[in-house]
Design a protein around this ligand. Structure first.
Ligand SMILES: NCc1[nH]cc(CCC(=O)O)c1CC(=O)O
Length: 315
C-alpha cells in the first residue's frame, strides 16, 4: 500500500478531522503517502435549509460514499454522530477512534451558564435533541433556528442574533475555539447525540489490507459505547435529525447507558438507563430503546418521521 486517499468535505471541521487521521496514519506508517480528496457534499450546498425539511439522513455522508464506491478515494472520516445507521453495499465502518469530549457547550456573551440566562432569552440551535433538553430545564427560553458551519454559528451569535448558542464541545476544540466555550453542559442535563465526540473511518468492505492497516486507530472502549448509543437510535429507527440523546460510559467492563426521547417542546420526556457488561453493548442499547417505546417514545417519533412503524409491533 503506497497511498491512502481520504475523501473529505471542505468545511473547516471536516478538513481538521481528515487531517487528524492523515497525521495519525503518517505517524504509524511513515512510508505511506496520505492524500486528501476534498469535495462539496449535498449537505453543504443546502446548508441554509432546515435539515429536518430536506429530510436527508446522512446528507453529508452520501457524496463521500460515492467517492469510495467509485474508487476516487479509499477512506472517509466521519463524526460518528453524523453517520447513518446503515451503510451502502460494499462499504463498512471498521474503525472508531478514541472519543474526545462528548459534551455540548454553552456559548454566550450575556450569561456565564444556562441557568444564568435571563428569562425568555433566545438560544440558537437546530437540533431537536438540544431544543427539547433546553426547554426541559428552562421552559421560558425561546429556541430559534440556527444552522451552518461552526464559524457561521459563532458569527451569528456575535452579531447579536441570539443570547446563547449550543454547539458540540468536540467541534469547538478541534477548531481551536475552546476559548469560546462559556460553560460545559453536563451529559446528565444535556444527553449528547449518539457517537458525539468520536470519529469513525469508512472504507470498502473488500479492502482487507487497508482495514488491517487502519485497525491501529480503533479504540474498542469508545466503540462499545458508541455501539450501545447507536443501537438505541437504530432500534428507534431514528436517523440523525430526531429528538434522541444517547450516552454511554465505561467503568472497567461495566457499561452505563442513558437515553432520552422527548417532544421537541419538552411537553413529554421519556428517559431510560441501564447498566451491563461491555460485551452486551448492542443489546443494552436495544433494551433501552424498547423501554423508551414502552413509555411512549413511539408516539413522538411517529409524529416526526413519516412511515415510522413501532419495532415492538408484531409483523
Ligand atoms: N452536526 C454537525 C456536527 N457534527 C459533528 C460535530 C461536532 C463534533 C462531534 O460531535 O464529533 C458537529 C458540530 C455541532 O454539532 O456543533
Amino acid at each position: 500500500m503506497k497511498t491512502i486517499r481520504i475523501a473529505t468535505r471542505k468545511s473547516a471541521l471536516a478538513l481538521w478531522q481528515a487531517n487528524h487521521v492523515k497525521q495519525q496514519l503518517e505517524n504509524v506508517y511513515p512510508e505511506v503517502n496520505v492524500e486528501l480528496v476534498a469535495m462539496m457534499s449535498q449537505g453543504d450546498k443546502l446548508l441554509d435549509a432546515p435539515l429536518a425539511k430536506i429530510g436527508g439522513k446522512g446528507l453529508f455522508v452520501k457524496e463521500l460514499e460515492k467517492a469510495l464506491l467509485s474508487g476516487e478515494a479509499d477512506i472517509a472520516v466521519h463524526s460518528m454522530k453524523d453517520v447513518p445507521m446503515e451503510f451502502p453495499e460494499g462499504l463498512c465502518l471498521p474503525v472508531i477512534g478514541q472519543r474526545e469530549d462528548p459534551r455540548d457547550a454553552f456559548v454566550s456573551h450575556c450569561a456565564s451558564s444556562l441557568n444564568e440566562l435571563p428569562q425568555g432569552a433566545v438560544v440558537g440551535t437546530s437540533s431537536l435533541r438540544r431544543q427539547c433538553q433546553l426547554l426541559m430545564h428552562r421552559p421560558d427560553l425561546k429556541v430559534n433556528f440556527l444552522r451552518g458551519n461552526v464559524n457561521t454559528r459563532l458569527g451569528k451569535l456575535d452579531a447579536g442574533e441570539y443570547d446563547a448558542i449550543i454547539l458540540a464541545a468536540a467541534g469547538l476544540k478541534r477548531l481551536e475555539l475552546e476559548a469560546r466555550i462559556t460553560d460545559y453542559l453536563s451529559p446528565n442535563n444535556m444527553i449528547p447525540a449518539a457517537g458525539q465526540g468520536a470519529l469513525g473511518i469508512e472504507c470498502r468492505e473488500a479492502d482487507t489490507e487497508l482495514k488491517n492497516a487502519l485497525s491501529v486507530l480503533h479504540d474498542s472502549e469508545t466503540a462499545a459505547c458508541v455501539t450501545a448509543e447507536r443501537a438505541v437510535v437504530t432500534f428507534l429507527k431514528g436517523g440523525c435529525q430526531v429528538p434522541i440523546g444517547a450516552y454511554a460510559t465505561l467503568h472497567h467492563d461495566k457499561l452505563s447507558l442513558t437515553a432520552i426521547v422527548a417532544e421537541p417542546d419538552a411537553s413529554k420526556v421519556h428517559m431510560s438507563e441501564i447498566e451491563g457488561d461491555i460485551s452486551q453493548a448492542k443489546l443494552l442499547g436495544e433494551t433501552v430503546a424498547k423501554d423508551l417505546i414502552k413509555q411512549g417514545a413511539g408516539d413522538i417519533l411517529q409524529k416526526l418521521l413519516e412511515n415510522w412503524t413501532n419495532p415492538l409491533d408484531k409483523k
